[in-house]
Design a protein around this ligand. Sequence first.
Ligand code: ADP
Ligand code: MG
Ligand code: ZN
Length: 476
Amino acid sequence: MIYETVVGLEVHVELSTKTKIFCGCTTQFGGDPNTHVCPICCGMPGTLPLLNKEVVDYAIRTGLALNCDITRKTKFDRKNYFYPDLPKAYQISQLYLPICTNGNFEIEINGRKKQIGIHEIHMEEDAGKLIHDESANHTLIDYNRCGVPLLEIVTEPDLSSSEEAAVFLEKLRETLMYINVSDCRMQEGSMRADVNVSVRPAGSDTLGTRAELKNMSSFKAIRKAIEYESKRQINILVGGGMILQETRRWDEAKEKSFTMRSKENAQDYRYFPEPNILPVEISEEKINMIKNNMPELPDKKRERYIKEYGLSEYDSSVITSERNLAFIFEKSVIICGKPKEVLNMITGEMMRLISETGQNADDVKISPEKIASLVNMISEGKINRTVGKEVFEEIFRNDTDPEKYVTEKGLMMIEDTDLIEKTIKYILEKNQRSVEDIRNGKTKAFGFLVGESMKALKGKADPKTVNELLKKLLIK
Ligand code: ADP
Ligand code: MG
Ligand code: ZN
């Protein structure tokens, strides 16, 4: 029998609002342990949560980007469980009336488009972090992350392979970054997913029993885990066994999953409506206002770059893969009007420098005005491409003014043909043997003389001019 894989994802993203969901503490990542905290996010008795309006706006924006219905009267629920990273012993979340439902998100797999259903999106608060200090046999608690706003995006079980899951997550990440709701840094835990996997006979329309892999935070691990799980389950079925519904843990080092708890031991969260927060009514005007202020989404941008700027599909998707790159590209092109040149500069030099300096593309701050003026200098022949690279690096690293830099360092192209001619004559005199060789039909020496002349001119002459003048002088 042939089996197919079925995957559904519960993706958690930390929102990049300035403050936490129910208090005024900063959401900034890092910081000394327990410095971004107050009595509210530490769950002190007698404190009351106050909902951060921005979180609701961010959730609506996300819902609209994922084509969801926005719940006009949404409310919060209390999810009770005890764990040391959760000082109140309950999490304020949404169960009954999540803010967004019934969406869909289009992905493309090998040129084929596929709609992935979005079951719901709900708002909730993040928990703190446990730090297991094995050397001291202690566990330490950092509450800085407590109360950081989260969206949980729950897909329908519509994904059919590790490849589809990875493509979905990549595109979701891209979109969330474009609409500016999250920085989606997997390595900082601001995007992580619970991965539900089952298998069933190919073509069947009933779902198999699933295993859930909790809290995965790398695309690579998610891919591997889905492939492993799918094989594991197929092997059990082929051997006549039964799949147990359970939560499993992915061990990255061993590349295997292990049982954490079975359904029989599933927790009962004793959900009930959160009594300290009123239901939130969302008006039509509010939704429309957010709709009208929605930034252009990546798919639209890709299409527009192809049509407006004549980029290839490939270039267009490279440059839109990171919002910040697209932003820098677009601004520079508006100023200088040369999309191909700007594109080459960003996908070439800039990408190289980003990886060399180990930065996030997201964090790069570079002036589009300066890029535009560099592009203009190159295309007007004021400087050559090699010098262009040097100047770009200066702009990238030190925010140097390109015109000033080129003037001060004397990097302008030499347009004075007298000077070029004098230089070539000097080279010819110094290399009499090469001149002889050329006259005896050994053309190889010509290239050598061009090279020597260019070197003497510090690469700042137009090679075409040097070629022509050299020919002219050799004939004499
Ligand atoms: P819970 O919240 O208890 O984990 P849900 O029924 O809400 O359970 O499902 C959560 C996620 O699991 C969703 O993303 C859904 O698509 C996925 N899912 C549910 N059933 C299956 C299945 N049989 N195979 C794969 N994924 C599934
Ligand atoms: Mg779940
Ligand atoms: Zn606080």
